[in-house]
Design a protein around this ligand. Structure first.
Ligand SMILES: C[S@@+](CC[C@H](N)C(=O)[O-])C[C@H]1O[C@@H](n2cnc3c(N)ncnc32)[C@H](O)[C@@H]1O
Length: 338
């Protein structure tokens, strides 16, 4: 039992890479286009791969059936809710696994050196001559684009759930700024769902997509440590987990300054992991703990417990806050009141 656990942990990287191969070979879209259970040889020819590699595709698919990424019936392979997350017309989360497999190995080799180092750099900085991920993404646009696509794909799935599950969050506010809003996939969904709400996407100047500017969406490039555009409400979706407690306090203070003090229901809406949510099953807990390590080593950030959120929010000068009961996978919505 222990040996199995040990070997399983040692070779678990293959799970990420199997999913990565699905993205690269566009297996999900081939099965979708086939329109029913897809036999292995049909899948192989439509990718296409040469017949002498069919045995490898067979092994890959068998593993992924075991992981419930695909289902198998007599006629062939079928999509499941997990693989449907990778459909082009859906969340298209292929970019997410490509980012995970692409960027992490480059800096994780430096982790043990980092543990023994007394400096303040992150593991990522140790591996990239002191540079932060945002600087490296600016220098390497292909990496920046992959990061933004991965964030956008994740947003498409989670924001769709947020607007459907917590519509009351957007009640009584006329304008909202999405701070660290990337290329705007979140505000597009919010603006579509609440046509009277004026939305602004705010991110670093090299990240924002100015072509989004229209009657309901404004695009502003800038630095959140400097000045945030004024708003009734500010959204911070999976931004704070990239930063240390000290930096989060600085960001939250800037958000507080930006909120219109003349309206009653001004607020900051934070979408983040709460490590010790009551509803978590063991898969959810494990995923959160893995994510925590990823963020710590890459950004010097972290996921936070309820107590850590409490201390952070009150430490940044907010009068009160509310953590909504978790109704979506992994993430919670926290409202902060100035
Ligand atoms: C983890 S991503 C989250 C993106 C988006 N909120 C989402 O959920 O998909 C963090 C975002 O913060 C942005 N960011 C980093 N430093 C920033 C800064 N100083 N000012 C504004 N945005 C910044 C990054 O460019 C990136 O888009």
């Amino acid at each position: 039992m222990e040996l199995t656990s040990f070997i399983h942990l040692s070779v678990s990287f293959m799970s990420s890479w199997a999913l990565r191969h699905v993205a690269d070979l566009e297996i999900v879209n081939h099965i979708k286009a086939y329109g029913g259970p897809m036999p292995l040889h049909e899948l192989a020819r439509s990718i296409p791969i040469p017949p002498e590699k069919d045995f490898a595709l067979d092994s890959l698919m068998e593993f992924l059936v075991h992981q419930r990424v695909f289902a198998k019936c007599e006629g062939g392979y079928l999509l499941t809710p997990i693989s449907e997350l990778m459909l082009n017309e859906g969340a298209n989360m292929g970019a997410f696994v490509c980012l995970a497999t692409e960027s992490a190995p480059q800096h994780l080799f430096f982790t043990s050196k980092w543990f023994k180092d007394t400096g303040k750099s992150t593991v990522f900085q140790l591996a990239h001559n002191g540079k932060q991920p945002w600087e490296v993404q600016k220098e390497k646009p292909e990496l920046g684009n992959l990061f933004n696509d991965a964030m956008a794909s994740h947003s498409k799935e989670s924001v769709r759930i947020i607007v459907a599950t917590y519509p009351e969050i957007f009640d009584g506010i006329n304008n909202l700024v999405d701070v660290g809003g990337g290329t705007g996939s979140t505000v597009k969904i919010i603006a579509d769902s609440f046509p009277d709400l004026r939305c602004t996407v705010f991110d670093l100047p090299h990240v924002v997509d100015n072509s989004l500017n229209n009657d309901s969406i404004s695009v502003v490039g800038g630095d959140m440590f400097d000045k945030i555009p004024p708003a009734d409400a500010i959204l911070l979706k999976t931004v704070l987990h990239d930063w240390s407690d000290e930096d989060c306090v600085r960001i939250l203070k800037k958000c507080k300054e930006a909120i219109d003090s003349t309206i009653n229901n001004g607020k900051v809406i934070v979408v983040e992991i709460v490590l010790d949510a009551e509803t978590d099953d063991s898969k959810e807990t494990e995923t959160k703990l893995i994510y925590n390590l990823c963020l710590m080593f890459q950004f010097g950030g972290k996921e936070r417990t309820k107590k850590e959120w409490h201390d952070l929010i009150l430490g940044a000068g907010y009068s009160d806050y509310k953590i909504y009961p978790a109704r979506m996978p992994l993430y919670s919505v926290i409202e902060l009141y100035p």
